[in-house]
Structures are given as C-alpha cells and as structure tokens.
Design a binder for this molecule. Structure first.
Ligand SMILES: NC(=O)c1ccc[n+]([C@@H]2O[C@H](COP(=O)([O-])OP(=O)(O)OC[C@H]3O[C@@H](n4cnc5c(N)ncnc54)[C@H](OP(=O)(O)O)[C@@H]3O)[C@@H](O)[C@H]2O)c1
Length: 251
C-alpha cells in the first residue's frame, strides 16, 4: 500500500498518449466511459450531467476523439439528447494526425426500435449513424431509420447480442470502440466479458439512495478482474482507468 502523491500536471498530449488505444488492433477493443458519485450513483435527477466536471468532460471528449465508433444504448441517447458528434478544430486536427475519420459515427443499440428516425441522432450528423437492433424490431421502423440515413444492423433475435454487434462494427473497420453506456448496455458488455478498458470518473459527491448504478440488468456469471492503469485527479474528481486484468480472458 502506498500514498498517491500529487504529480505533474498532464497536458493534452500526455493525456492523448495515456488514453491511446493499443496499436495494430486485430479485434475490437472496447473502452467504456462512466461517471459515478462517491456513493455509486450514475445519475443526478435522471442525468449524468450533475456528476461531471471540466476534467471529466475532457476525458469524455478524448474518448470520442480517439475512437472509430461511439457505442451507446438507446436509453442514454434519448435521455441525454444525443445528436451526431460535432466536428471541432481540436477533434479534426487530432483525428487527422491519428489517421482517423473526421468524426466517429454513433452506433446506437435499440431492441424495440425506440430511436425516432427524425431525431437529431439520425439526421443531425456528419457521419451516418449505425442503428443496431434485433429481428423483433418493427420492420417499418427499420425501413424508416434506413431511409433517414442510418446503417441498420440486425444483431440478434429478440435482444441485441453485444458480441455480434462488435463483429458488425469490426466488419466496417471500426475496432476502436468507445461505449458511453448506459447502464443496461454496460451490463451486457460486462456479462459477455467484452470490456477491455473502463474509464471511470468518481465525483466527490454523496447523492444518497434512489439513483441507478453504472450497471443495470442481468448479473455477470463471475466478477472480472481489472488492473488499475492510471489515476488522474482534478478538483477532487478521480479519473480512473482500468484495464482488463491479464488473467481475465483476451488481451
Ligand atoms: N453516469 C454516467 O456516466 C452515465 C452514462 C450513460 C448513461 N447514464 C444514465 O443512464 C440512464 C439510462 O440508463 P439505461 O440503462 O436506460 O441506458 P442504456 O443502456 O443506454 O439504454 C437502455 C436501452 O438501450 C437498448 N439496449 C441496451 N442494450 C440492449 C441490448 N442488449 N439489446 C437490446 N436493446 C438494448 C434498449 O432500448 P430499447 O428500449 O429501445 O429496446 C434499452 O431500453 C440515463 O439516466 C443516463 O443519464 C449515465
């Protein structure tokens, strides 16, 4: 056991190196981003905004900058008012330097087809969105989102299979996967053993009972080991980066 001492400030370049995806990927590498209060809440008044900070937002934006695709559940996309990822000068120059497309597409997961084809997520976007759904989703809705510009992927019978989802993203050359949640989708990724890196911000807040935690749904068969890869702190917020432990499956 040892005490973590405050170290030097981390600039944008060092941050980028710290959070870089592994080089020469041959399979999808899944990073998951979450912010939680010190007592484990994933929301304040139903949104994640009340838990975040400038430093957390920076790490969150970096997740988008370094990814081939942003993966999100429909619940989060709807509640948080998602639209296509915006081009900023920093994002465009960083991504050009790294040989990435101008902005990553968003891949949204919905079993019931709850994403409105007219929503900004589908229509207000530079990169065509990917809508991942299952065979039980209404056929008319599938046609409508495809007509509105989405790349529709059917990955599962009555529920989206996250493994098949990653296969479909890999088929499109999208291996650097940044999942922004939410808790239901994260539970499926954990249960399937498909999380390679967790970027978890712990906010210095006690929010009390009532809010969900960062996973919601079916329990995983067994806990998956993680190793602590980096710790950043800013104004009492902890930005923790965990990697899948070497003895926990692939990698
Ligand atoms: N603290 C944080 O960092 C953070 C991050 C993200 C979200 N959140 C919060 O979490 C809340 C949303 O939670 P949530 O659990 O609803 O989020 P979610 O996982 O984003 O969305 C759940 C919905 O996504 C679809 N979905 C996810 N996995 C699926 C699968 N395997 N198969 C089929 N459909 C699947 C379903 O949509 P259909 O119903 O359309 O089938 C499901 O109802 C919001 O309050 C948001 O603010 C917090």
């Amino acid at each position: 056991m040892h005490l973590l001492q405050p170290g030097p400030a981390v600039d944008d370049h060092a941050l980028e190196e710290l959070y870089a995806y592994p080089a020469a990927l041959t399979r999808p590498f899944v990073q998951v981003n979450f912010v939680a209060s010190a007592d484990g809440a994933a929301t304040v008044a139903g949104r994640s905004r009340g838990l975040s900070s400038a430093a957390d937002k920076k790490v969150f934006a970096l997740g988008r900058d370094l990814a081939d695709v942003v993966l999100v559940g429909a619940g989060t996309a709807i509640v948080e008012g998602y639209r296509g990822i915006k081009r900023t000068e920093l994002r465009a120059s960083r991504r050009a330097r790294l040989g990435l497309s101008e902005v990553p597409p968003i891949a949204v997961v919905t079993g019931r087809g709850s994403v409105d084809p007219a929503s900004p997520l589908i229509t207000d976007t530079l990169a065509p969105p990917i809508v991942v759904t299952c065979e039980t989703a209404p056929v008319d809705w599938r046609k409508a989102v495809a007509t509105a510009g989405a790349d529709v992927v059917v990955a599962g019978a009555d529920r989206v299979d996250v493994g098949l989802t990653l296969d479909a993203l890999a088929d499109r050359g999208l291996l650097r996967v940044c999942s922004e949640g939410g808790p239901t989708l994260f539970a499926d990724l954990v249960a399937a053993g498909l999380v390679d890196q967790l970027c978890l911000t712990v906010a210095p807040l006690l929010t009390g009972a009532g809010a969900p935690r960062v996973v919601l749904g079916e329990a995983a068969a067994a806990p998956m080991g993680l190793s602590l890869a980096s710790v950043l702190s800013d104004e009492g917020f902890l930005m923790l980066r965990y990697r899948r432990a070497a003895d926990s499956g692939t990698e």
